[in-house]
Write a protein that binds this ligand. Sequence first.
Ligand code: SF4
Length: 281
Amino acid sequence: MKIEIAQNCGFCTGVKNAVQLAYDTLKKERGVAVLGDLVHNKVVMDELEAEGLVFVDSLDKVGNMPLLLRAHGTDVKLMHKAKEMGLNIIDGTCPLVREIHKYARELEDEGRQVVVIGDREHDEVIGIVSRLHDPCIIESPEDIDLCKLKQRTGVVIQSTQRIENVQHILPLLLTRSRDCRIINTICEPTRRNQTEILSLAKNNDCVIVIGDPASANSKRLFEVSRSLNDHTYMVAGKEEINPAWLKGCASLGITAGASTPVKLIEEIVTYIKLLNGDKKK
Ligand code: SF4
């Protein structure tokens, strides 16, 4: 069986930096607090927890530890509260997410109502809208009537959005807004992953997407691939691989979400090679 591994799969630059920042800080501090998941991947989180990262669900539980802010950004009200409490903040926000915050404010300064295309429950979107006065979140074309749009609008997009979803929403927005400025803020790593998954799904008999169920971008890669290739499967670890999937599969494409560590990808590739070798015997 031929195995093709997507070139840019696994940790994106933002996640890589945030994880590195956590390890660097843990070398100097006895404990580091993070609100919620630093990365949407259980393997990575378990390893960090073993090194001293403490996951807390409120600022009151941070205590004397430094507070690490996650790659996809934080609600600005929460940041202000943390500062007021005198907490030592270590900002792991990805520079590309910060750029979205900057663009969104710039659009507002131009007198536009900002429309954020993204998942309303996602921390990145919560972080973006928390910096704006009268934002509107649109997740899907069905949401278009949820917002009373002004005539002057500006659009930013959650960094990991599927381009197809955005392409369905934008024409509807344009019919409701006279003067609309669109800034494509889907980040470069996401765009590369979305392009790669198309060829991976088309050029291989089956595809395995490695990612945690909590990882939105892993799920998106899976959905795109499944829409093109029925033999697409998503796994969080090698134990979830069903050897029957690989029967009759002459070529296998492998990719992974932006929160999947390279170690896990290598482990799964080795496991599949072993399975494949066993079959040949
Ligand atoms: S997906 Fe893109 S914007 Fe989000 S953390 Fe990764 S590199 Fe940054």
